[in-house]
Design a protein. Structure first.
Length: 255
């Protein structure tokens, strides 16, 4: 009932797998000043994590975002045709040569990849030594378990035994806990299976701001002018992010 009442009117009733939803979400991000500032902050972090040398960077799941404003020449991609997308691709079979990419970047994408081992193998093949895979993804904490379990439309299964999951559609299939499972819970397994990929950084973040922004699915719960106040609160709570974070920035370097 609560989620229905709070649903954003632009996308209410549309399937997440409908390309129209992705186009409308781009408009939502642009129009909601609080949410737009969150994405701008994320994009600044992602851009700063890329190696300085020249080379192509692939963004996966670009459809609703504007990261190309921050990274010149960014190869934007999506699983279906969208405006301003340069490549339609499958994360399990990347159309790039060995060692050709300086980096792969993504925002809220990995947890939608049904066979993450295949993607990680492809990323290790396509990213050059010294290149990076940078992502901002949902994270598992006591607080996020409550929020994602009650207020979010996507599956969130920290207790999933396997990394893989069944997918009913290009975006509807998900396990929001997948990044935490791979890079925290099953870290030893990840390091054993992908020795050429080394976790350089895991930074839990943002327990409240995305939630009160309403994200791309819900109405905004706070006006844009409160953004700085919420950011200040989260900065004060930084020592407790392992218990409170809803997201994490993850940087993996190709050795």
């Amino acid at each position: 009932m609560l989620k229905t009442r709070l649903a954003h009117p632009l996308t209410r009733g549309l399937s997440i797998d409908d390309p129209r939803t992705t186009r409308l979400r781009r408009q939502i991000i642009r129009d909601k000043s609080f949410l737009h500032r969150i994405y701008g902050e994320w994009y600044a972090l992602i851009s700063a994590a890329l190696p300085l040398e020249v080379g192509p960077v692939l963004e996966m799941g670009s459809g609703a975002g504007f990261l190309s404003d921050s990274i010149p020449g960014l190869i934007t991609s999506e699983v279906f045709c969208c405006p301003d997308i340069r490549v339609v691709l499958d994360a399990h079979e990347l159309p790039f040569g060995e060692g050709t990419l300086r980096g792969i970047v993504m925002t809220d994408v990995l947890h939608h990849v049904p066979q993450p081992r295949r993607f990680l193998a492809e990323a290790a093949r396509c990213v050059r030594p010294g290149g990076v895979i940078v992502m901002i993804e949902p994270w598992v904490t006591p607080w996020s378990r409550l929020v994602y379990g009650r207020l979010h439309h996507e599956p969130f299964r920290p207790d999933a035994l396997e990394w893989e999951f069944s997918s009913s559609g290009p975006l509807s299939g998900a396990n929001g806990a997948l990044p935490w499972i791979i890079f925290r819970r099953d870290r030893a397994r990840f390091e054993q299976e992908f020795p050429q990929l080394q976790v350089q950084l895991i930074c839990p973040m943002m327990p409240f701001r995305y939630l009160v922004s309403g994200g791309v699915s819900l109405r905004s719960l706070m006006p844009g002018w409160t953004f700085g106040l919420w950011r200040g609160l989260e900065n004060m709570l930084q020592p407790w992010m392992d218990s409170m974070a809803m997201f994490a920035m993850i940087v993996v370097i190709r050795s």
